[in-house]
Design a protein around this ligand. Structure first.
Ligand SMILES: Cc1cc2nc3c(=O)[nH]c(=O)nc-3n(C[C@H](O)[C@H](O)[C@H](O)COP(=O)(O)O)c2cc1C
Length: 186
C-alpha cells in the first residue's frame, strides 16, 4: 500500500452509526481479526480474545447491553474485544493493548470500505457486567470494547482535529510554532 493510502485510511476513518445489512465477507472478517492481533502489546502479551457476533438475535440484543449499540440492529457484524487477565505474561497495560487492537480493527475496516463504531465498555463496571453475563465470559476474562462493523450508509470524510495549541516542543513551556517545520525537519 502506498503511504498516501495508509494515511488516507487514518484521516478518513469516521465513527459510523448507520449500516447496511449487507453481510461482511468471511475473508474481510479474517483480515480485521488479523489486524487486531497485529497491534502492539505491552511485553508482547498475547492475551486478547475476540468474540465474533453475526447471529441476528445476538446483534439485536446488543442495544440492551450498551446505550450506543442501537446501530447493531442493522449492522451484520460486531466484535467483542476481551482480555484474559489471568493469562501470562500479564501486565497492567491490558486496556491499552485492547485499545490498540480496537483501533487496528477500525482502520482495517476503513481500508476494506467498511464502517465501524467503537462502543466503550471497560472501565465502566455496569457495562462490563452486562457483557460478562450475556456472553458467558469465564474467570478473569474482561470485556473491553464492542465494535460494530458493516457497510456504511454514511460517507467517509476527513475531519481536521489537528490543533497546534496542544503541541509542545521539548517541554510544556515551549509552544509549538508551525514555522518550526518550515523547510523540513529532522
Ligand atoms: C474509548 C472510546 C469509547 C467510545 N465509546 C463510544 C460509545 O460508547 N458510543 C459511541 O457512539 N461512540 C463511542 N466512541 C466513538 C467516539 O464518540 C468518536 O470516536 C468521536 O466522537 C470522534 O468521532 P470519529 O470517530 O468519527 O473521529 C468511543 C471512542 C473511544 C476512543
Amino acid at each position: 500500500m502506498a503511504t498516501s493510502d495508509a494515511l488516507n485510511v487514518i484521516f478518513t476513518r469516521r465513527s459510523i452509526r448507520k449500516f447496511s445489512s449487507r453481510p461482511v465477507e468471511i475473508q474481510d472478517q479474517q483480515r480485521m481479526l488479523q489486524a487486531a492481533f497485529a497491534a502492539p502489546s505491552a511485553e508482547n502479551a498475547q492475551n486478547k480474545h475476540i468474540i465474533i457476533i453475526t447471529e441476528r438475535d445476538s446483534l439485536d440484543n446488543l442495544p440492551a447491553l450498551h446505550p450506543s449499540a442501537a446501530p447493531a440492529r442493522e449492522a451484520p457484524l460486531a466484535f467483542l474485544i476481551c482480555c484474559d487477565t489471568a493469562a501470562t505474561p500479564q501486565t497492567a497495560f491490558w486496556p491499552q493493548d485492547c485499545a490498540a487492537a480496537t483501533q487496528n480493527v477500525m482502520l482495517a475496516a476503513r481500508a476494506l470500505g467498511l464502517g465501524s463504531l467503537w462502543c466503550g465498555i471497560h472501565p465502566l463496571e455496569s457495562r462490563e457486567q452486562a457483557f460478562l453475563s450475556a456472553f458467558s465470559l469465564p474467570g478473569m476474562v474482561r470485556p473491553f470494547s464492542l465494535i460494530l462493523i458493516g457497510y456504511p450508509l454514511q460517507d467517509f470524510f476527513e475531519e481536521n482535529h489537528y490543533d497546534t495549541h496542544f503541541i509542545h516542543v521539548g517541554s510544556w513551556d515551549r509552544r509549538f510554532e508551525p514555522s518550526l517545520f518550515e523547510g523540513g525537519h529532522s
